[in-house]
Design a protein around this ligand. Structure first.
Ligand code: HEC
Ligand code: HEC
Ligand code: HEC
Length: 100
């Protein structure tokens, strides 16, 4: 390998490494703020879907519906939260829930 090709190869490896780190950080979506729902919804009983498994009333949604760091696939939960807060019932900025 001549030195120019070698330099190009190393540059590619570095860019690939950056791309992989970037994906790892974003997997599961942008991080949520602490108490992401509780700042606005003090009473979780009122936002619990009617057809929800019985989990009691006072439990924070995110204790069970925690982001799955292994996947950035939208879940039914995240899809629902997004539609509700992006038009269906109200319109929030991403930053209302996501830290960045
Ligand atoms: C910045 C304020 C804010 C934040 C943060 C927020 N919401 Fe909401 N949410 C609202 C408003 C406003 C409404 C529409 C009025 C209402 O129905 O209470 C709403 C409605 C809802 C509803 C529909 C309730 C109904 O009437 O059917 C659900 C479910 C819900 N939010 C869940 C969540 C979850 C889960 C989170 C956290 C991931 C969250 N919200 C974070 C403001 C917020
Ligand atoms: C104690 C654990 C627990 C808590 C707390 C909890 N959930 Fe759930 N939730 C579940 C389970 C279990 C299911 C059914 C399995 C599934 O779909 O993941 C579910 C399903 C759902 C679904 C339907 C998803 C689907 O697959 O159709 C929605 C929407 C939902 N929850 C919203 C909420 C909201 C909003 C809160 C907070 C007010 C909340 N959940 C609190 C455990 C919980
Ligand atoms: C009302 C709170 C709320 C708002 C507002 C909100 N999100 Fe989310 N978002 C969530 C929750 C809860 C999840 C699921 C948990 C997770 O993966 O971090 C999520 C997940 C995601 C994901 C991961 C894929 C998925 O759907 O699960 C992406 C990407 C995302 N949000 C982008 C956005 C963008 C872009 C905006 C603004 C246009 C936005 N969100 C506004 C609560 C919110």
């Amino acid at each position: 390998m001549n030195s120019l090709k070698k330099a190009a190869f190393i540059a590619c490896v570095i860019m690939l490494a950056y791309a992989m780190v970037g994906t790892a950080v974003l997997a599961g979506g942008p991080p949520l703020k602490d108490n992401a729902c509780g700042v606005c919804h003090q009473d979780y009983g009122t936002i619990m879907p009617k057809e929800h498994p019985d989990v009691g009333k006072g439990v924070a949604c995110m204790t069970c519906h925690a982001p799955d760091p292994a996947g950035n696939e939208a879940t039914k939960f995240s899809t629902g939260v997004h539609t509700i807060h992006q038009g269906a019932k109200t319109k929030l900025d991403c930053s209302a829930c996501h830290a960045r």
